[in-house]
Design a protein around this ligand. Structure first.
Ligand code: UFG
Length: 337
């Protein structure tokens, strides 16, 4: 059944892929984005992919009046909330911005939703809430630990949603803890497009493949992992997007809340990612071994069982598909520039 959905941060990396998946699933979607970390060209690309006009509101989640008007005027039935800041290092340098946008923005949004009587929300959380995880693969029951202000804002947001549900059982919340999103849409029209020099492995490897950076620094080869480099659970962004559609559908169908990891349940080391990207781009990818990056965790791998049980969610795409789609996207981006 078709519902009217508001996507905050819908022009961003995960948001834009989720937009396509929601439209494909038959929903009517309105994007609200302030374009602080998204390109203005994204809505046109989304129109090209879906073959339909895209409705975009240029605005900020901290604007209470705008949120209230949007929810009522657009007759919104549920919200998928992506709009947030997400760089760990930046959060250490500018903690107040993170609390303001991530916690303040969510508070604002929830208040506007409560007033409008719209009580269905899918929330973008992160595996970062586990800090240094007690167990690997990490289940949703693992202890929560903030390692930096960014992680703290995700824990606080999850807790705020939990208390809100207790205050009013009409709320239904889908909390999705992402592992490491990677790859791009099959059309090569949308993908990850960081404004500054990226911090994350996959976009950095892409830049080396494009010849825009000379080499990759591999942060640490002395971890207790099979090849000594850090292991992560990379999830294809189109799989991740599908996870949001299932989460939303479950909220709309059952009115019950859920909290799940979204990952593959499989880890890949830094060297494995470089090797996979090399297969995809067929170019040499020079790297040097460097010191460990402060604050890094050796292994992050999801237990993917609960998402399978509760939402019927299983990933379909592997690391080679993530690298191939990333390569197609960055090549296309350059060709159009
Ligand atoms: N890495 C390198 N060289 C680089 C960049 C990264 O070797 O230049 C390594 C890291 O040490 C790590 C792996 O590649 O072992 C992945 O690092 P990313 O920076 O891509 O991702 P992280 O797992 O460190 O962080 C990501 C998100 C966080 C989120 C976290 C947990 O950026 O927001 O996953 O979900 F909190």
């Amino acid at each position: 059944m078709s519902s009217r959905i508001l996507l905050t941060g819908g022009a961003g990396y995960v948001g834009s892929h989720t937009y396509v998946a929601l439209v494909d699933a038959g929903h009517e979607v309105v994007i609200l984005d302030n374009f602080s970390n998204a390109r203005r060209s994204v809505p046109d690309r989304l129109a090209q992919i879906t073959g339909r006009p895209v409705q975009v509101i240029d605005g900020d989640v901290r604007d209470a009046g705008l949120l209230s008007r949007t929810l009522v005027d657009q007759e919104i039935e549920a919200v998928v909330h992506f709009a947030a800041l997400k760089a760990v290092g930046e959060s250490m340098a500018r903690p107040l911005d993170y609390f303001d946008v991530n916690v303040g923005g969510l508070t604002n949004l929830l208040r506007a939703m409560e007033t409008a009587g719209c009580r269905r929300i899918v929330f973008s959380s992160s595996a970062t809430v586990y800090g240094v995880p007690d167990e690997t693969p990490t289940p949703e029951t693992a202890a929560l630990r903030a390692m930096n202000p960014y992680g703290q804002t995700k824990i606080m947001s999850e807790q705020m949603l939990g208390w809100l549900r207790q205050s009013n059982p009409d709320w239904a919340v889908g909390t999705l803890r992402y592992f490491n999103p990677a790859g791009a849409h099959g059309s090569a029209l949308i993908g990850e497009d960081p404004r500054d020099i990226p911090n994350n492995l996959m976009p950095l490897v892409a830049k080396v493949a494009m010849g825009e950076l000379e080499r990759i620094s591999v942060y640490g080869d002395d971890y207790d992992t099979p090849d000594g480099t850090g292991v992560r659970d990379y999830i294809h962004v189109e799989d991740l997007a599908r996870g949001h559609v299932l989460s939303l559908q479950s909220l709309l169908d059952t009115g019950e809340s859920h909290l799940v990891n979204l990952g593959t349940g499989r880890g890949h080391s830094v060297l494995e990612v470089i090797a996979a990207y090399k297969r995809a781009c067929n170019r040499d990818l020079p790297y040097t071994l460097a010191d460990r990056r402060p604050g890094d965790v050796p292994v992050y791998v999801a237990s993917a069982d609960k998402a399978a049980e509760v939402l019927g969610f299983r990933t379909e795409r592997d690391i080679d598909e993530m690298c191939a789609s990333s390569w197609a996207w960055v090549s296309n981006l350059k060709a159009r520039a």
